[in-house]
Design a protein around this ligand. Structure first.
Ligand SMILES: C[S@@+](CC[C@H](N)C(=O)[O-])C[C@H]1O[C@@H](n2cnc3c(N)ncnc32)[C@H](O)[C@@H]1O
Length: 397
């Protein structure tokens, strides 16, 4: 088989077979055509090296053939880093967790002969799975990073797959190749581009990670109902993809709001400050009031910033918005109450508390109790059913 010849002389087949078995056992892979694709596509060809962050925050490069078991594990692998304007490091591309990929592909309900557009070619691994399942003539994939497409193209071709690859901003879709039976986005969008809805046939599916604010939202599967509407539920499991960028090479730097505790208003709350992160639906609901731009993080006991990779226990969590509003909530309690410091024009923690009580009043529902209706003019989030009594309007970007 071509894959053996072009994937070098490493014994990757048993690893791919074990990955397929693991995904089947975990209920993330049920379609036999897709299972065959997972067994047939050498992930290490698409991810020859990847980056891992160490405990001190630095990045090290791993060579995939040195540890094939790690590359054929059900984990995301970071493949492309770039420097930020402020001297930090940002992730530009990764190979998505294979089990998430297979769940998403299965959620498209692709019949034989279906035509699919992928937004976010990245390594090309997912395009290879789709090409194996559907035939490469049915697969289109676009990435904003020309260098990634240049790398993915020969990897795919070396294995005998020739999907249509395009460099560009996937937010516009690929009108010249429409209509598609499905569009799958492997990057997060603040709103579902109407172009995607227009480019699937009536009854076709758009599957994307809707993040109306940082961390706020998840995978939603929309079916095009008619000329002016697409609708569907969120997936039961939370997922987070990297954000769609309209220009290659960079991610926007976050904003900073100085938090001066001497100026702040102090109060208490019964709501655990981990709540928005342990119940991400609360964060999603809160984001409609907080707004699309939110910064958040943890505060070290002595008041410093705590990076994501640190294992130092934080003392408080904080949120801030560009209007200068911020709230900082202590993890420690006194008589069951957490301390809250807030300043700026809006009381941000109060907005999280309101979102929390809304969610509790609704019976603490999961993601799949919510759905989305998209029209050219608006995004409407609904609980239970589109015409139900609980709806929220998502600001269009
Ligand atoms: C998680 S990676 C995709 C993983 C990929 N499907 C794979 O199998 O390796 C997300 C990708 O989205 C791409 N991306 C970001 N903004 C984009 C845009 N506007 N249009 C197309 N692709 C975009 C990134 O460059 C990145 O490669």
């Amino acid at each position: 088989m071509t894959t053996i010849n072009t994937a070098g002389d490493v014994e990757w087949g048993p690893h791919a077979a074990r990955l397929a078995e693991e995904l089947v056992a975990a209920g993330k892979l049920t379609d036999s055509r897709l299972a065959a694709a997972v067994r047939a596509v050498p992930r290490h060809v698409f991810v020859p090296t990847y980056h891992q962050q160490t405990a001190d925050g630095s990045w090290v490069e791993r060579v995939s053939v040195d540890d094939l078991a790690a590359v054929y594990a059900n984990t995301a692998l970071i493949t492309t880093l770039a420097a930020t304007a402020t001297g930090g490091t940002t992730v530009l591309s990764s190979s998505t967790q294979p089990g998430l990929m297979t769940r998403m592909i299965e959620a498209l309900h692709l019949a034989d002969g279906a035509r699919v557009l992928e937004i976010g070619t990245g390594t090309g691994y997912n395009a290879a799975l789709l090409s194996h399942q559907l035939g490469h003539g049915q697969v289109y994939s676009v990435d904003v990073e020309g260098e990634l497409v240049e790398l993915a193209s020969p990897r795919l071709a070396g294995l005998g797959y020739h999907p249509t690859l395009v460099v560009g901003d996937g937010a516009a879709g690929l009108p010249e190749n429409a209509p598609f039976d499905a569009i799958i986005a492997t990057c997060a969008v603040p709103a579902i581009p109407w172009a995607w809805i227009e480019q699937v046939r009536p009854g076709g599916v758009v599957l994307a990670d809707l993040k109306s604010a940082p961390g706020a939202g998840s995978l939603v599967r929309l079916t095009r109902r008619d000329d002016d509407r697409a609708e569907g539920h969120f997936d039961a499991t939370y997922a987070a993809f990297m954000d769609l960028r309209h220009t290659p090479g960079s991610n926007p730097d976050g904003f900073r709001v100085e938090r001066d505790h001497n100026q702040a208003e102090h109060s208490t709350t019964r709501l655990d400050p981990t709540t928005p992160w342990t119940s991400l639906l609360v964060w999603f609901l809160a984001s409609f009031d907080l707004g699309p731009d939110i910064a958040y993080g943890y505060t070290l006991p002595e008041g410093g910033l705590i990076p994501a990779y640190s294992d130092t226990a934080p003392a408080a969590s904080w949120i801030a918005t560009p209007d200068g509003s911020w709230a900082e909530i202590t993890f420690a309690t006194q008589n069951g109450q957490h301390g809250v410091a807030e300043d700026g024009p809006r009381r941000l923690w109060r907005l999280v508390e309101i979102a929390h009580s809304t969610w509790v009043d609704l019976g603490r529902p999961g993601w799949d109790s919510f759905g989305l209706t998209v029209t050219p003019e608006a995004h409407t989030l609904w609980f239970d059913r589109p015409e139900g009594e609980h709806t929220w309007h998502i600001a269009s970007h």
